[in-house]
Every structure is written in C-alpha cells, then in structure tokens.
Design a protein around this ligand. Structure first.
Ligand code: GDP
Length: 314
C-alpha cells in the first residue's frame, strides 16, 4: 500500500477539512510508511495551534462519554475537534475516521469532528511514536482542540496521555478507583480531576478520598497549580461547564507560567527519543549480525559490554 502518494496534495485537502485526507495521513504515520519523513516535514510547520487535552482513568469510569460531552461543548463554541482514542489492548486500528467509537455516534456526521482509534499491534514503542504524529496530523488539519483518550490504565497509556497540554484524570464512585489510580500512577499526571457518575451513591466519598490522596501525594508542580476536582454526570451532560472552565483555567495557568512551552518541548523530546530508539533498535535488532558478533566476544570475555556498545553505535 506504499505506492506513490501525493503528500502535499493530501496535506492541502486535510487542511480544507477533508476527512478522507486526514484519515489517509494518519494511516501513513501509523503504518510507518516510507512517506513518514515527508509527511512529518510537511505537517510540522502547520502544527502547534491545537489545544491538546488528555483523558485517562479506569475502564468504565466514563471516558468515552465525557469525551463525547466535551466534543459537544467545543462544537457549541464553533471549534473543530479531533479525538484520538488509544487502545493498547485492541488489535484494531485505523478504520473509518468517523464514528468508530460507539459513544461517538452523535458526532459521526459532523464534518468538523475527526475521530480516530489507535492500537499498538503489540508494540508500545510504535504507539509512543505514532501518537504524537497522529496528533500533528489533526493539529495541522485545523483542529482547535484534540482530545486524546486512553482506554487502558497501564503506565504506558499514562505516559501517552501525559503528552497533552492538560491531563484530565477521571474517577467514579465504587470502583476501588483510589487504589487502581494510585497503582497506575495516574494521580501524578492529573492537572484536573473529574469525579464522574456524580449521580451515584458514594460520589462525595470519592471526592473526599481523592482530596486525601492529593494531600498525601503532593506532586512537584513547580509554580503552584491546585488540581481542581470537578463533579460530572457525563451521561446527562451535567458538569460540562465546570469542566470546560477548569480546562480554560489550566490553559491560562500554563500560558502565564511558561509551562505550555515546557510541556510542548517535553512532548517533542519524547517523540524524538521514541523515533531515535526505534531507529537504533532496528539497527541493532536482536539476531542482527553485528550485534551477534560483538555479543559472542563479550560472552567469551574478549570485549567488555561498553566497548561493544560503542562499536555498534559509534
Ligand atoms: P470508559 O470505559 O471509561 O470509556 O466509560 P464509558 O464512557 O464507556 O462509560 C461506561 C458506562 O458508564 C456507560 O454505560 C455509560 O453510559 C455510563 N456512564 C457514563 N457516565 C455516567 C454518569 O455520569 N452516570 C452514570 N450513572 N453512568 C454513566
């Protein structure tokens, strides 16, 4: 599928908002096609305008519902919105750009909403590299906001969602969420907490538990930002104004403290690192002749491992 591709034509059509061109560009970056460099080079000068919001939390907490609620709110402000749903457990990826998530059906026919699922196909390094690139496609295609939603709760997904300008961590009553969340390290990455399913018994207890956990695990935030806790009933669209207000406040805080630039530079660092490590891996690949050669010498005591690594990377 890697034949001739008119990258600049695709980029032009994506900027006009053509969903198929956006989908094709994401496929090109996701499939690590031979056009990857060309696509990245064409898109990079056009990106940097989108607000990037990450959403994470345990399964069933209401991430998809909340994402959909936020999409509705942003569309109400006339903004173009992109959604990247990251699902490391799923073998499925790509597919239709629109409406491939069940709760996104409301937005499936909206030409100013781009929705894309991304899966790892078993290699998280791939996702770490592909997610920022897919984000760049949506950004360059004129999305004012991109929501990155992770379906899983492992550290790797947390790392990905933490690439956002603002990271939202969702909890809900009665899910043993405190322990889960602490385990997955998601408390540390939260800029804004959402206690969803506030219509359920135990919501206030969850808020109290959360406040307690926040007070125990004060995170190194640099210039003070107090992580707000927003109560929502996403399935009824309740609390969405409070949530968007908290997101706006965080945005202002980021800008006022120079943190936006810090975060975006960090995001670029991670992306470069993922690309470089992938390149190095493919050069050194297990079973690679040169690696095997020096490995035999190290095992035989003829060469120390540092000298061997120097030989490979030098
Ligand atoms: P995700 O796995 O985190 O993406 O969670 P979903 O968005 O798929 O939601 C899981 C279930 O919780 C669905 O059946 C939703 O309809 C339901 N749900 C979402 N938000 C709320 C809420 O605020 N209150 C109640 N009672 N149910 C909700």
């Amino acid at each position: 599928m890697d034949g001739a591709v008119d990258v600049s034509g695709l980029v032009g059509r994506a900027r006009e908002g053509q969903a198929r061109a956006v989908a094709r560009l994401i496929s090109l970056v996701e499939d690590e096609s031979s056009h990857l460099r060309e696509v990245a080079a064409a898109l990079n000068p056009l990106a940097g305008n989108a607000r990037v919001l990450g959403l994470t939390g345990p399964p069933g907490v209401g991430k998809s519902t909340t994402t959909s609620m936020l999409v509705t709110a942003f569309r109400g402000q006339g903004l173009r919105v992109g959604v990247l749903a990251i699902d490391p457990s799923s073998p499925f990826s790509g597919g239709a750009l629109l409406g491939d998530r069940i709760r996104m059906h409301d937005h499936a026919t909206d030409p100013d909403v781009f929705i894309r699922s991304m899966a790892t196909r078993g290699q998280l390094g791939g996702l770490a590299a592909a997610t920022p690139q897919a984000l760049r496609v949506l950004d360059a295609a004129g999305c004012d906001v991109v929501l990155i939603e992770t379906v899983g709760v492992g550290q790797s997904e947390v790392d990905i969602v933490a690439l956002a300008d603002t990271t939202v961590v969702l909890l809900a009553p009665g899910m043993g969420d405190g322990v889960q969340a602490a385990k997955a390290g998601i408390l540390e990455v939260a800029d804004v907490f959402v206690v969803n399913k506030a219509d359920r018994d135990g919501a206030e207890q969850t808020v109290r538990d959360l406040k307690h956990m926040i007070s125990l695990g004060r995170r190194e935030l640099g210039p003070s930002w107090r992580q707000p806790i927003v109560r929502t009933v996403a399935s009824a669209g309740e609390g969405v104004e409070d949530l968007t207000a908290a997101l706006d406040q965080h945005r202002e805080w980021l800008v006022a403290h120079g943190e936006l630039e810090v975060r975006r530079t960090r995001r670029a660092e991670r992306e470069i690192e993922a690309i470089a490590v992938a390149a190095l891996r493919s050069r050194l690949g297990v079973g690679h002749e040169a690696l095997g050669r020096v490995a035999r010498r190290v095992a035989a005591g003829e060469l120390d491992p540092y000298a061997a690594a120097d030989q490979l990377t030098g």
